[in-house]
Design a protein around this ligand. Structure first.
Ligand code: NAP
Length: 292
């Protein structure tokens, strides 16, 4: 393996340590700790694991975490009613509705209901718009956690990325679009590729920074990658190796690690960073609440 391994667990642990101190300061100054509410609808096993980890880590940095577990049979109106109740509750600082929602529920409509100042996933139209118009920062809005985590991983190997060519594969609201905006703010030249991109391999080969968020196991091959590039693998894919299930990313780790300059693994790369930035956003949301 030639590439430097980008250690998301280590970077996330550093961020959580800093957050623990900041939460303690917040508590000393305000007399209470920030509270995150996670809403989990249905019984998707992967979502249950994510929510369990989010709740546990929120508590470990000293914040409150409450869970609302709802049956998949809940109506859209009931779910929206809960979000509105949480918006109005002064003791709730961050609201996270775990996605995907079960069939029959309109996640866009639910997200639209979340108060932008409590939108710790950065998914509301106001927060997405603030990011794309450049008004980015603690006083302005909340930014999606996985792109923030990915940028932090890139900075851990190269603090100044101004002028570099960045290619993001995937154009979702959750990841691809906010990632592209963050890279633009860093003065990268950004290309966003997707399922209709012609000759994806050629597009990827020009990237100094290549980020894959597709959901296709090991799509990105070694000959798609420029020598020395920074490669961030966001994908989470469950594949069966014989009888055993295994998690792999969107990047062919073994092949690409011979070509890339730095590479984030799956698991242990972007995943831990997403949760760490959720915690950071919860603290930011509590600070935003102080101004109201
Ligand atoms: P998504 O909404 O399904 O978007 C996937 C994107 O990939 C779409 O833009 C799609 O293009 C594009 N795409 C699909 N097949 C393609 C192909 N063959 N070539 C090029 N582009 C292709 O997924 P997402 O929510 O962004 O998530 C992407 C992956 O990241 C998933 O594996 C997800 O589990 C993972 N993820 C991980 C974390 C984490 O914390 N580690 C967080 C979020 C997501 P079109 O727009 O043209 O359909």
């Amino acid at each position: 393996m030639n590439a430097k391994l980008i250690d998301g667990k280590l970077e996330a642990a550093k961020l959580r340590n800093e957050l623990s101190l900041q939460v303690a300061d917040f508590k000393r100054e305000q007399g209470y700790v920030p509270t995150l509410v996670v809403v989990l609808v249905g019984d998707d096993p992967a979502s249950q694991v994510y929510v369990r980890n989010k709740v546990k880590q929120t508590q470990e940095v000293g914040m409150n975490s409450l869970e609302h577990r709802l049956p998949a049979s809940i109506s859209q109106a009931e779910l929206v009613g809960l979000v509105r109740k949480l918006n109005a509750d002064k003791n709730v600082h961050g609201i996270l509705v775990q996605l995907p929602l079960p069939k029959g529920l309109d996640s866009d409509a639910v997200i639209r209901e979340i108060s932008p100042d409590k939108d710790v996933d950065g998914l509301t139209e106001l927060n997405a718009g603030r990011l794309s118009t450049g008004a980015f920062g603690a006083d302005h809005g909340l930014v999606a956690c996985t792109p923030l985590g990915s940028l932090k991983l890139i900075h851990s190997v190269k603090p100044d990325i101004s002028g570099l060519e960045a290619v993001v594969i995937g154009r979702s609201n959750l990841f691809g679009k906010p990632m592209a905006q963050l890279l633009l703010q860093q003065n990268c030249t950004v290309t966003v590729a997707h399922s209709r991109t012609s000759n994806l391999a050629n597009v990827c080969r020009r990237a100094d920074i290549l980020i894959a968020a597709v959901g296709r196991a090991e799509l990105v091959k070694a000959d798609w990658v420029k020598s020395g590039a920074i490669v961030i693998d966001v994908g989470i894919n469950r594949v069966m190796i014989g009888e055993k299930a295994k998690l792999v990313g969107d990047v062919d780790f073994k092949g690409v690690s011979e070509v890339a300059g730095a590479l984030s693994p799956v698991p242990g790369g972007v995943g831990p960073m997403t949760i760490a930035f959720l915690l950071r956003n919860t603290l930011e949301a509590a600070r935003l609440g102080l101004n109201q």
